[in-house]
Ligand binder design. Sequence first.
Ligand code: ZN
Length: 349
Amino acid sequence: MDSARGWVVVGIDNGGTSNNATILDASGRFLVDRLVEMPSRVTEGPEVAIDAMAGALENVLDLTGVAPEAVRGVGLDTPGPASADGVISSKGATNFSEPEWRGFDVRGALEARLGLPVVYNNDANAAALYAHHIRYGDKAGAHSSISAIVGTGLGGGVVESGRVIKGAAGMAGELGHVQIPMHGLLAEGQPVPVCNCGFVGDAESVASLTGIMRNLLPYWLTRFENHELSRVGDIGAAAKKVRGLGERGDPLAVAIFEQQAIAIGRLFTIAANFIDPDTYFLGGGVVETTPRFRQWFLGKVREHTDLREEQTRVATFALVPDLDMAGARGAAIAAFGQLQAPVRARTSL
Ligand SMILES: [Zn+2]
C-alpha cells in the first residue's frame, strides 16, 4: 500500500432499519461497490444504536481487510431533523421516536465511542453531495447543484462550490417546506394541500408519499369514481400503490404524478432564481421505478422548471445515481473533504 492510500474514511448511513457502511480511500476510491448493511437498532434507544454504528464500522473494515489504524475519521448521516452538528431535534424525529433521542448528540456520541473525528450530515444532504461529486469529480469545487429527494417527505440538499450549504441552524436545503405557487397546479375544487409542518401549499404537501396520502389521493378518488384504490380500506396502503399504478399508466396515478412534477418544477424555479445551480437532481422513490416512467417524470419536472434562456443553455437535469448507496458515500465524501486538510491549517483559522 503506497503512502497516498495509507488512510481511509468510513461512511455510515444510518436509517430506520439498517446502517449502510462504505470506505473511501485517500485516493478518492470507494473500496466497496455494494450495500454493506447491518441492523441499525435505532428503536432500542441511543446507547444500543451507537454500538450498532460502531459494529457497522468494524464489519466493513473486516470485509475489506482495512486496518482500524488506517481510519482517519467517519462520515455519518441520519434522517433529520437534526442540527448541522448532528443533534437530533428536541421535538423528536420520525426515525428516532424514543424519548432518549430528543436533543441527543448522535455525532458527539459516536465520536466518543470510536475515539475518531465524526463529520455529520442529514441523509438528504449526504445524497445531494454524492450526486454532485459523481457528476463533477475533481471539478466538484467549481460547480453547484440542488437535489430534491422524494420519499415519505421531500428532502433535499444544496451544494455550492462542492460543499453542502448547511445554514446557521442546519436547516438549509429543507426544500420540502418551501412554499410554492398553487395557482394552475391544483385542479378544480381541489383543496389547498397541508403539510405536516403546518404550512399550506409547500412542496412536500404535494411531492411526497405523505402528500399523496393526506392531500392528493383523497381528492383524486373523488374524481375517479369506483377506482380500484377506493376499495383499499387504508389510505396509507392505497397511497403506496400509486407509484406502481403510475408505471402502468393509470390515469388517476398519472394525474397525481403530474401534480408532483409541477410542484418540483416550481420548487426548482425558485432555486433557479435563488442559487442558479448547474444541475437539478431528482432522487427518491420516484426514481426507483421503470426507466421509462422516471424519464417521463424527470421530463415533466424539467418542463415545469421555468429557466431563463441563459440558464437553459448551461443547466442540466439528472437523477441521483446509486440511491441506496448515496447516503453512505456522500457521508464519506463529506468526511474526506474535512479531514484531508492538514490539521494545522484548519486550527490556525
Ligand atoms: Zn412543510
